[in-house]
Write a protein that binds this ligand. Structure first.
Ligand code: ADP
Ligand code: MG
Length: 380
């Protein structure tokens, strides 16, 4: 079976890590990268500390993308194989998780004005419309919605007065009903990938205006872009038609550093941090529970994000998490925290490599391989 053929209706979570290149600040600081990544081995190694306090931790993931990986490679490795599933009526979700400034928005949206640098959302839209052009499809309709979750409040990014419309998560439990949906969220019909680009450009503009007006940072909100694809296609020469509706959710999560950076902060910042904390931790728990098959005890209702994505996270959905990290020593603690989160979703224990040392008196002993984990500092 090729990667583009729809697969069985099972729940599966693919975890991918992307390392971004050093930025100007990191380069000027003349710091050496502390992260090495190998696409071939699907492995990321982080070095923390120096000299005899150095600890090296190696993680394995489903895929690893390096600072040299192109936007096309990122798309091909993550959601591209699921585009056909969406056209077959499945729900697929991709999340970008990581510290602010590590490339979540670059990965999901990218530079909309440059074809080479476009991110996953415009590429997914392009792939869907290309596929729908093939002759087996006799009819199709695609709609887009774009939702922002800020402080557990919902806003529509596709309408000008989106902040003023009261959006509400509802559930339609009738057989063949709508399931979980957002009451009052607009769905805009799109007929080409260019339509999607235009919508996203307007949404970016609205977010910029909102940020200035409300003194908030985009890194504090989750953005959920959804393409709903309804299609009718010929299944054989007898004229039989198959009709289905699939959904693709592409989510740019709030910066994960907020999940723990407490300290002196005003009431607004504290509320933001608590809400982000709650939703990212709940997302992590939901994904771990799904991976371990604890279908009866999945805490979807503990945050708006997971409640909304309840149907797209469990059951017959495909989920991809891309964890974005910086290669710099300046971000090493955040990097380890992101990789640990991703690892928990991946469900595989990390494999620390035995180059961390315990210093006992003047003697230096090589640390036993099994004794260290990503949290330990390797100091005595
Ligand atoms: P986040 O959304 O995680 O806060 P951004 O996507 O805004 O981070 O990225 C921060 C900056 O780094 C942006 O200027 C972005 O263009 C750049 N950047 C991020 N990832 C990459 C990458 N893989 N290649 C080149 N530039 C990148
Ligand atoms: Mg961003």
């Amino acid at each position: 079976m090729s990667a583009f053929e729809p697969t069985e209706a099972t729940s599966c979570v693919q975890v991918v890590v992307r390392v971004r290149p050093m930025n100007d600040k990191e380069q000027k600081g003349n710091t050496l990268p502390v992260v090495t990544a190998s696409t071939e081995k699907k492995e990321v190694t982080v070095i923390r500390g120096a000299g005899n306090r150095q600890q090296r931790t190696t993680y394995n993931f489903d895929d690893v993308l390096t600072s040299f990986s192109t936007q096309q490679e990122v798309f091909d490795t993550t959601i591209a194989p699921n585009i056909l599933d969406v056209l077959e009526g499945f729900e697929c979700t991709m999340f970008a998780y990581g510290q602010t400034g590590t490339g979540k928005t670059h990965t999901m949206e990218g530079d909309l004005s440059s074809e080479n640098n476009r991110g996953v959302i415009p590429r997914a839209a392009h792939a869907i419309f290309e596929r729908l052009k093939t002759e087996q499809y006799v009819e199709s309709s695609v709609s887009a919605s774009y939702l922002e979750i800020y402080n557990e409040e919902l806003a529509d990014l596709l309408v000008d007065d989106g902040k003023d419309v009261k959006l509400q998560i509802c559930e339609d439990t009738r057989p063949r009903g709508k399931g979980i949906f957002v009451h009052n969220l607009s769905e805009t019909i799109v007929t080409s990938a260019e339509d999607v680009l235009r919508l996203m450009q307007k949404a970016q503009e609205r977010r910029r205006v909102g940020e200035t007006k409300m003194n908030k940072q985009s890194s504090r909100s989750h953005c959920l872009f959804t393409l709903k694809v309804h299609s009718r296609k010929k299944v054989d020469d007898s004229g039989s038609i198959m009709e289905c509706t699939g959904k693709l959710h592409l989510v740019d999560l709030a910066g994960s550093e907020c999940a723990k950076t407490a300290g002196s902060e005003n009431a607004q910042k504290e509320r933001e941090r608590k809400n982000i904390n709650q939703s990212l931790l709940t997302l992590g728990r939901v994904i771990s529970a799904l991976r371990e098959g604890h279908v009866q005890r999945i805490p979807y209702r503990d945050s708006k994000l997971t409640r909304l994505l309840q149907e797209s996270l469990g059951g017959k959905c495909k989920t991809v998490i891309i964890a974005t990290i910086s290669p710099s020593v300046l971000a090493v603690d955040e990097t380890l925290s992101t990789l640990n989160y991703a690892q928990a979703a991946h469900g595989i224990q990390n494999k620390p490599v035995a180059t961390s040392y315990l210093k006992i008196g003047d003697a230096e002993r090589k640390r036993p391989e099994s004794a260290s984990n990503a949290h330990s500092t390797g100091t005595s």
